[in-house]
Ligand binder design. Structure first.
Ligand SMILES: [Zn+2]
Length: 215
C-alpha cells in the first residue's frame, strides 16, 4: 500500500516564516473587477523556498535553470532533537540510510515547532564537515525545518561572515531549501520527494511547494 504524500512547505500568508530583516509579504485583492484577483509582493527568501548558486556567486546558476528531474527524487530525512545554537555533526544526524548521489537530504531538528518564537532564529546549524560530506556525495538538494542551515547571526564571529555552509553547498551545485515544516511526520524515513520551485527567471531563490512520502 502506498503511503500518503506529506506537505512539507508552509502555507503562504502574513504569518509565513521569514528572517526578521526581510519585509513582510503583502497581499492585496484587486477590487475593481468582476473577478477576484490577488496581488502578492513577497521576497523570494520568505517562506519555504529553494536557493540557487547565484544567491552567493555572481556567475552561478539561477533557480529557473534546473530541469524538473532535479526536483523529483528519492531522499532521506535525518532526525536530531537539537538544542538552540547547536552545531550538528554527522554523528548527530540519525538517518535510516545514507542519501546517494542525486538524492535529497532533509534535516528534521524540531525547529518547525518554534516558528512563532524568537528561538526560531537560534537554529541548530550544519558543521562545515557535514557540508563537505554533502558536497562529496553530490546530493541534489538539502532542506532544513529552520531559517537556515547556517550558524545563527547571534553567534557569528567572523565579519564579513563567509557563509561556509551555503558556500560549500552552492559551489558544488547542491541547492538549499529553507523553512520546511512537518518533517516530524517523516522523521528518520527514506522518502520520495517532489520540490517544485517556481521558475522565476534569473532568480537567486524561488518559493516552492514541497511534498514527501515514505517509501
Ligand atoms: Zn534563503
Amino acid at each position: 500500500m502506498e503511503t500518503e504524500w506529506k506537505e512539507i512547505s508552509h502555507p503562504i500568508d502574513r504569518n509565513v516564516p521569514k528572517m526578521p530583516f526581510l519585509p513582510e509579504p503583502e497581499f492585496r485583492v484587486i477590487e475593481d473587477a468582476s473577478l477576484r484577483a490577488t496581488e502578492i509582493r513577497i521576497v523570494t527568501h520568505v517562506g519555504t523556498h529553494l536557493e540557487a548558486p547565484i544567491h552567493l556567486f555572481d556567475d552561478g546558476a539561477s533557480i529557473d535553470e534546473y530541469p524538473l528531474d532535479r526536483w523529483i527524487t528519492d531522499g532521506v530525512v535525518a532526525t536530531v532533537d537539537a538544542e538552540p545554537l547547536q552545531e550538528l555533526t554527522l554523528e548527530d544526524l540519525n538517518m535510516p540510510q545514507e542519501p546517494e548521489k542525486g538524492e535529497a537530504l532533509l534535516v528534521r531538528t524540531g525547529w518547525e515547532d518554534r516558528i512563532s518564537d524568537d528561538s526560531y532564529f537560534e537554529q541548530p546549524y550544519l558543521s562545515e564537515d557535514v557540508a563537505n560530506w554533502i558536497a562529496d556525495r553530490e546530493l541534489s538538494w538539502i532542506g532544513v525545518d529552520s531559517p537556515s542551515p547556517e550558524m545563527p547571526n547571534s553567534i557569528r564571529e567572523r565579519d564579513p561572515f563567509p557563509f561556509p555552509v551555503h558556500s560549500t553547498l552552492l559551489e558544488n551545485d547542491v541547492l538549499i531549501a529553507e523553512h520546511l515544516t512537518n518533517l516530524s511526520s517523516i522523521a528518520g524515513k527514506a522518502v520520495e520527494v517532489i520540490a517544485l520551485p517556481l521558475p522565476y527567471v534569473d532568480s537567486d531563490a524561488a518559493h516552492a511547494r514541497i511534498a514527501a512520502r515514505p517509501k
